[in-house]
Design a protein around this ligand. Structure first.
Ligand code: NAI
Ligand code: PHE
Length: 356
């Protein structure tokens, strides 16, 4: 556990174990330089608690970059609830107890960190967390007075980003192109519908056979086994499941021209981005292309934007990606490093404006 924190430049990481449910809850605050920290609550089973803490800290760092490149006045944080088994196997009473404990931590942090939905949590969970924590949860259901799920605007942004990234490799139209969507959840299924509507040849994969069946029957998707995803040839690879999909080995064999999906921290190691770049594969950095959900939550709940204003800001993800690609070309770096430099510039400018 020590090593994870030793290699992290964030501010606070607190964990709590609940013997009754077996849940291990972590909140990581990476930065509050641009405003209070924000980032979703991820609830899933992890092979170890150390990996859960590592995920929380890495995801929190990524949220700092996401908020900065999206121009939002918030810092980066993340919550990870490591469950003793799959989320679907946690009973109602246990889940409610876990949310109560998480809300206690949010209340203790007293507005330094605001959470929102992520893998394994929903708007209904945000209704509970908002009520019990004193209001520190974005993304409540519309019935409870919130702006609803972040997933549709995330999918909107990913779709905008897919088109921009495809243009970068000379693909101006998705019709007839092989687009492989990994993960058919709230974001992935929406993206799949959008690219299918453009006439793309959809290939899809999910651990849930029912979701695969929906994609097959409704969108005419070719289904590939979970283990075959990274060896399946396509024009555009759209990872929308969990992170860590592309390490240097996968990057050196992936048969695609573009990687552009919503999965946070899709790269498993530092070398993967360089390997992709050296092979001419365009990577849309995750914290740029998947910022639509954050724009929706912070736009609606902090900045008072309408749904139309949110949509307009999400469309700008295309321009931001074009800027990242241009920077990667001129600075001869990977797109991942170019995007990090873009975020660092925003953070540096904010330090200067505070100092002046
Ligand atoms: P979700 O939980 O609704 O969907 C994830 C899907 O991936 C599920 O259908 C699950 O069965 C599937 N899956 C899990 N492991 C898989 C595997 N090995 N192979 C294939 N499928 C697998 O989550 P959601 O909201 O769609 O998010 C997807 C990704 O996008 C996550 O990494 C999340 O952090 C990221 N993201 C989501 C945002 C949002 O607004 N929902 C915003 C920004 C990022
Ligand atoms: N979890 C989503 C993300 O990673 C949505 C989110 C954004 C949640 C901002 C809270 C705050 O972008």
């Amino acid at each position: 556990m020590e090593t994870v924190i030793e290699h992290w430049d964030g501010r606070v990481c607190c964990s709590r174990y609940d013997a009754e449910t077996g849940a291990f809850l972590t909140v990581a605050i990476h930065s509050r330089q641009l405003g209070p920290a924000t980032g979703g609550t991820r609830a899933m089973a992890y092979p170890s608690r150390e990996l859960a803490v590592g995920d929380a800290t890495r995801l929190a760092s990524s949220m700092t970059h996401k908020m900065a490149v999206a121009g939002l006045p918030m810092g980066g944080g993340k919550s990870v609830i490591a469950l003793p088994r799959d989320r679907r196997e946690i009973g109602e009473a246990d889940w409610h107890r876990i949310l109560v404990l998480h809300a206690e931590t949010l209340a203790t942090l007293n507005g330094s960190y605001w959470t929102g939905p992520d893998v394994g949590t929903s708007s209904a969970d945000m209704d509970v967390l908002h009520g019990l924590s004193g209001g520190y949860a974005f993304g409540r259901s519309e019935a409870a007075g919130g702006p609803g799920s972040s997933a549709p605007e995330t999918a909107h942004g990913v779709y905008v980003g897919i088109r921009e990234s495809a243009r970068e490799v000379g693909i101006s139209d998705l019709a007839g192109r092989r687009v492989l969507v990994q993960g058919l959840g709230a974001v992935g299924m929406d993206v799949a519908r959008r690219v299918a509507a453009d006439g793309a040849r959809l290939i899809a994969s999910d651990i849930d056979p029912l979701r695969c069946e929906v994609a097959r029957t409704e969108l005419d998707a070719e289904i590939v086994a979970v283990d075959d995803v990274v060896s399946t040839a396509c024009d555009v690879f759209v990872p929308c499941a969990t992170g860590g999909v592309i390490d240097r080995r996968v990057a050196s064999t992936l048969e695609t021209r573009v990687v552009a999906g919503s999965a946070n921290n899709v790269l498993a190691d530092d070398a993967a981005a360089d390997v992709l770049a050296s092979r001419g594969i365009v990577l849309a950095p995750d914290f740029v292309i998947n910022s639509g959900g954050g724009i929706h939550l912070v736009g609606r709940e902090v900045l008072g934007w309408t749904a139309d204003e949110v949509s307009l800001h999400v469309e700008r993800i295309g321009r931001t990606l074009a800027e990242v690609f241009e920077r990667a070309r001129t600075e001869r770096t990977s797109t991942d490093l170019a995007a990090r430099r873009l975020a660092d510039d925003v953070l540096a400018r904010s330090t200067q404006s505070v100092a002046s």
